[in-house]
Design a protein around this ligand. Sequence first.
Ligand code: SF4
Length: 221
Amino acid sequence: MKTQSKKYYYNMQLETAERIKGLPVKPSLLMHTCCAVCACYPIVWLTQYFDLTLYYYNDNIYPEDEYEKRYAELERYVRIFNQENNRNVKLIKCEYHNTEYTEKLVPYRDAPEGGERCHLCYKLRLKKGMEYARQHGYDYFTTVMTVSRQKDSVLLNQIGEQLDNAETRYFFSDFKKDGGLEKGQQLVKKYGIYSQNYCGCVFSYREMLERVRKEYKEKEE
Ligand code: SF4
């Protein structure tokens, strides 16, 4: 597989949108969604072209309270968005199975954020999302995660390319391009969206606690 740039995937995002915008009916798109912070701007952009459904599949998130909190915030934002824009974005919540999921990540527990552990984590979530999209006849599938500066958007698109199939096409994207990141930050501020301070898994949770402890200690000294 040829390695492409973020710009290449952003251009593909625009090209696909251009191709479908004249269709009499908006194609359906299932978007794997991790939280409202990441989703707020891509939702605005995508609903111009797609009949959008969000797929909250995030067994990585630890602990369960946090999983529920991120979901509740996403649900709140979608409700406001639909009301204010007369849209019908739908939201699917998956069952929570963190223990089994974490066991799969254990071999890479010491990998730094962005390394092998995250690569597997991206693959697991995208694979499950694409399976659901295909089984339920969605025209397209994608992930919101290309909006994040902390995530490797090229790798996410490469995983998407491997999952792409004739029934459900993978929608290539780089949602942070062309001011997407900044527009998202403005929406987070405007709607007071809860912003978590760690990515999700128990390993990133422990790293966050360590970071907070260290910062506290430095302040005390
Ligand atoms: S840091 Fe985030 S992307 Fe990486 S393994 Fe943990 S939850 Fe998954």
